[in-house]
Design a protein around this ligand. Structure first.
Ligand code: NDP
Length: 432
């Protein structure tokens, strides 16, 4: 904590993992001798850079760019880029740290990293987004590559931004290196299902979790926070599985829709017109609650899919009071430690993000596979692979929780299973 002052989100992420590792280190004393935990908590490389560019009014603007290459024991660094005004070094470090374990759980050969900028893409023109992305890549290009570090999207970085970033990388390097970025367009090296993968995967994981108690999404009311990439496709899959999503949100408030969210209309509002959720409510004739807590809406299953620490102790108590039986994190660390404690005490099934939302990065690794073999798979085949991976992660977390005598504790299951895999690779590769 003293070496990384002020990085509160990073501290929170590390403490959450360390909380699970006591029994693991007792079982494997070699990890302690090799100081695996101390090494894991120190990123292999951290890059901070200036991103200067000229806006539509001809003004020079300066933002800060980050890439934290955290751990490459299992493969090239892999993790998204976030463009949001709240991004600080500690934010990127928390996300990069989580990414190490998430990527390990996929069973695919990818290390952990994260990056981004404090740039806010909201209300910027297409040309401003393009110029910003070009300036960002003008520094980032020297640190990334198919065999080094493969960024992708995250909050504020979707298909449009990946396109501009890829274009600039290609222009600077004079290489059509498809697998240097994932989340590309389908016509130029992207993978089917990548856009849907994180949300779909979260719903599939939670369905598996519900099944352990004889339940499923079928016929259940569900609340999904956020209305971005992860939230939209989590809603779509919940509806395919027979559930009804009655509320979703953005940072201005939430919409309540007893008939179920109309996902096609929501996609048009958010993805095509880039408008706000209040616009959806108006067009759909649904109720918009400005600034309210979405967790007050009664549901059986809650999927926080917006951002870190959005579901606090009070939100968790409201969910439990209203009969919620399962929570699955589509976002990264959306649930505060107090809220996790509330769910544990109430016996609510809880799927941590590093397991439940790993479908996005897993499909990114499938995109890299397709790029490496100059191939492109069908939607059905890719979705089949994604579902197989998500069921595998669920099985691995559940089995590891059983192994440590805490059945149903997916937090410990995910942390322990991922940690052992990374630690074994680090031991084999020596003190580096
Ligand atoms: P998007 O930018 O597509 O959507 C983010 C959503 O969350 C928007 O509805 C946004 O509302 C809301 N939001 C963002 N920041 C805040 C905030 N500070 N307070 C309240 N609401 C906020 O991002 P994604 O859907 O891609 O990402 C959502 C979460 O999922 C993040 O935690 C991300 O790290 C995680 N994740 C994403 C993956 C992916 O494949 N995209 C993979 C794995 C995890 P508004 O528009 O009002 O800001």
């Amino acid at each position: 904590l003293q070496r990384n002052p002020g990085e509160t989100e990073f501290h929170q992420a590390v403490l959450e993992v360390l909380d699970s590792l006591g029994p693991v280190v007792r079982k494997h004393p070699a990890y302690g001798d090799a100081r695996v935990i101390a090494r894991l908590c120190e990123p292999e490389r951290q890059i901070i850079f200036r991103v200067p560019w000229v806006d539509d009014k001809g003004r020079i603007e300066i933002f800060r760019g980050f890439r934290v290459e955290f751990n490459s024991a299992l493969g090239p660094y892999k993790g998204g880029l976030r463009f949001h005004p709240s991004v600080l070094l500690g934010t990127v470090k928390f996300l990069g740290f989580e990414q190490i374990f998430k990527n390990a759980l996929t069973g695919l050969p990818i290390g952990g990293a994260k990056g981004g900028s404090d740039f806010d893409p909201k209300d910027r023109s297409d040309m401003e987004i393009m110029r910003f992305c070009q300036s960002f890549m003008t520094e980032l290009y020297r640190h990334i590559g198919e065999y080094t570090d493969v960024p992708a999207g995250d909050i504020g970085v979707g298909g449009r931004e990946i396109g501009y970033l890829f274009g600039q990388y290609k222009r600077i390097t004079n290489r059509y290196e498809s697998a240097v970025l994932t989340g590309k367009g389908i016509g130029w090296g992207g993978s089917q299902v990548r856009r849907e993968a994180t949300g779909y995967g979260t719903a599939v994981f939670v369905e598996e979790m519900l099944r352990t108690k004889g339940g499923s999404f079928d016929g259940e009311k569900v609340v999904v926070s956020g209305s971005g990439n992860v939230a939209i496709y989590a809603m779509e899959k919940v509806h395919q599985l027979g559930g009804t999503v009655v509320a979703c949100s953005d940072s201005s408030g939430y919409v309540y829709d007893e008939r179920g969210i109309d996902v096609e209309l929501l996609k048009d509002v958010k993805e095509v017109r880039r408008a706000r959720i209040s616009q959806y409510a108006e067009e759909r004739g649904a109720r918009f609650v400005a600034g309210g807590s979405i967790w007050d809406v009664p549901c059986r299953v809650a999927l926080p899919c917006a951002t870190q620490n959005e579901l606090d102790g009070a939100g968790a108590l409201a969910l439990v009071r209203n009969g919620c039986v399962a929570v699955g994190e589509g976002a990264n660390m959306p649930t505060t430690p107090e809220a996790v404690q509330v769910f544990r005490e109430a016996g609510v099934l809880f799927a941590p993000g590093k397991a439940a939302n790993a479908g996005g990065v897993a499909t990114s690794a499938l995109e890299m596979q397709q790029n490496a073999s100059r191939d492109s798979w069908s939607f059905e085949h890719t979705e089949g692979r994604l579902e197989e991976i998500m069921r595998g992660i669920h099985e691995r977390c559940a089995a590891t929780a059983d192994e440590y005598d805490v059945p149903g504790n997916y937090v410990l299951g995910a942390n322990a299973a991922a940690f052992v895999q990374v630690a074994e690779a680090m031991l084999a590769q020596g003190v580096i």
